[in-house]
Design a protein around this ligand. Structure first.
Ligand SMILES: Nc1ncnc2c1ncn2[C@@H]1O[C@H](COP(=O)(O)OP(=O)(O)OP(=O)(O)O)[C@@H](O)[C@H]1O
Ligand SMILES: [Mg+2]
Length: 501
């Protein structure tokens, strides 16, 4: 369906500023439909100047029955079919009357037409249309709502509603919702709907609201006072003992630029906030757990380091030292997971892989690169976000591969620093990771099936744990061995869940 702006440009002679004005009205008129218990329609003269009007907007009341099952937007009416609309448009007056409408069947409808004044004169006519029921007795609430609608209707005619601030997008007039309060010009409570009374009870206000000056209820007072003074609408979120959260809208009621009162519309969003809070505390708990795991791993590392200092056998010593290093890379993942990303969106238990790889590389540089054998490690590419179950084993794998470049690629002493590059890539649900060096290449007869502990761990993690593949080759073919390339692929969907780490 065409948007209001599209319809306006196609069928009417409205300019862009005028279109903006009626768009603002349509964004916020749900409240007016609720207050009037009526359907609201917006009529604008067609561009061909033959006296016809096109319907550019329609909203149904949430407080009553709709007159229109089918959507009237886009329909065109001759002015003889809608005499009240024509009169309001040409004479600038609010008109009331009755209309026989052929909707589902012939019906007599009560219509009120309100000229909509824009920045430079009348741009449209808003009608409110409801069934006529002569036998019906109206309650105080209905009478108050209807009267409040009248006050807004006059503001529409005087270009005082919709409020300019609505243009900013954030502000949107609410629906009648969970209660309304009408304030007089001194901001004393004139009327409070039963739902509003209950909402204030939940907010801890148990006094009889009627006649109370609003700026003494001690909830949202300052905001309301300030907005009333500046003749602008505002929203404030009120909370009581963490149990109840109510959003309160204030809309000033104006007559010829003077404040004559205000409307408060309340909406109880306690359930929403409760869920938010639950989610937040759950997340905080998960972060705390990662934090503790990291601390525990550090304790384990210290124990092993102590032990390594006490053993005499160089083999045992280096075995213990390597375990310390392996544990450190796992601890690093937990550290990353325990940090609040501070982003708007939350990655939950997922990790942005490069953000893990970079500190990992720094750690390896600090621990394995010795002054006599300089190595430069570069990280390139991006593999996006991966689940922590993948990040854990991968961090161990990357550490092993980097360790190997330091241990085996560059032989004895070198003048030029060895170049190592870690590349990350991602094609939808497959992750590609490679570690390359420009060293002396793999030894003759190298066989992945018969390796040391390092590559055994790598293979176990990549193949068994992650269901991926691993390839090790010399970089530029066997004739010109310049370095080693290890390439991994890891599928991210249909993975077996980790049960090892
Ligand atoms: N980047 C590399 N360049 C040259 N040779 C390599 C490279 N990576 C691995 N190798 C060879 O593969 C062998 C097996 O590596 P692996 O990591 O399994 O064991 P290790 O490094 O010898 O011992 P550990 O990792 O248990 O301390 C190495 O001894 C080395 O000969
Ligand atoms: Mg190794």
């Amino acid at each position: 369906m065409a948007s209001l702006s599209e319809l306006a440009r196609e069928h009417t002679a409205l300019d862009e500023e005028e279109i903006r004005h009626i768009r603002r009205l349509v964004r916020s008129w749900g409240l007016l439909a609720d207050l009037s218990f009526s359907d609201l329609l917006l009529f604008v003269p067609t561009a061909d100047d033959n006296g016809s009007f096109v319907v550019l907007g329609h909203v149904r009341p949430s407080t009553g029955q709709t007159m229109y099952r089918a959507d009237p937007v886009g329909q065109t009416f001759r002015s003889s079919e809608r005499p009240l609309v024509r009169q309001s448009y040409h004479h600038g007056q609010i008109q009331q009357g009755e209309l026989s409408l052929r909707l589902t069947f012939d019906e007599l409808v009560k219509v009120e037409s309100v000229p909509v004044k824009g920045p430079s004169g009348i741009v449209a006519v808003m009608t409110s249309e409801a069934h006529i029921d002569p036998d019906r007795l109206y309650s105080e609430l209905e009478r108050t709502y209807a009267h409040t609608y009248q006050r807004f209707a006059h503001m529409v005619r005087n270009a005082e509603f919709p409020f300019k601030i609505q243009e900013e997008g954030r502000f949107r007039a609410p629906r009648v919702g969970d209660g309304t309060v009408v304030l007089d010009q001194d901001l004393k409570v004139d009327f409070a709907s039963p739902n509003a009374v209950s909402a204030f009870h939940r907010l801890g206000v148990h006094r009889n609201l009627f006649g109370l000056s609003f700026p003494s209820l001690s909830i949202g007072d300052d905001e309301v006072k300030k907005a009333a003074k500046e003749h602008r609408p505002m929203i404030v979120e009120l909370e009581h003992s963490r149990e109840t959260t109510v959003v309160m809208h204030f809309l000033p009621l104006l007559v010829d630029g003077e404040l004559t009162g205000g409307l408060l519309v309340l909406r109880d969003i306690s359930d929403l906030r409760r869920r938010d809070r639950l989610l937040l505390s759950k997340e905080a708990t998960i972060r705390e757990i990662h934090h503790r795991v990291k601390n525990n791993l550090q304790t384990i590392s210290s124990l092993l380091r102590l032990q390594s200092r006490r053993v005499d056998s160089p083999e045992a010593k280096s075995a213990l030292d390597e375990s310390v290093r392996r544990i450190a890379s796992i601890a690093l993942v937990h550290e990353t997971l325990s940090q609040d990303t501070g982003e708007d969106y939350d990655t939950g238990d997922d990790v942005v892989l490069v953000e893990l790889v970079k500190p990992l590389v720094r750690m390896v540089e600090e621990s394995v690169v010795l002054p006599g054998r300089p190595i430069r490690i570069q990280v390139s590419g991006d593999a996006g976000v991966v689940p922590s179950e993948v990040a854990m084993p991968l961090s161990v794998v990357i550490t092993e591969l980097l360790q190997n470049t330091a241990d085996h690629a560059f032989g004895g002493k070198r003048d030029e620093p060895g170049q190592v590059s870690v590349q990350l890539d991602r094609d939808r649900e497959v992750l590609y990771l490679s570690v390359e060096d420009d060293g002396q290449g793999l030894p003759a007869g190298f066989d992945l099936a018969d390796t040391g502990l390092g590559l055994t761990i790598v293979q176990a993690f990549v193949r068994d744990e992650l269901g991926g593949t691993i390839e090790m080759s010399e970089r530029n073919g066997p004739e010109h061995p310049v370095g080693t390339r290890v390439a991994l692929t890891v599928p991210l969907s249909g993975r077996r869940r980790s049960d090892r780490i």
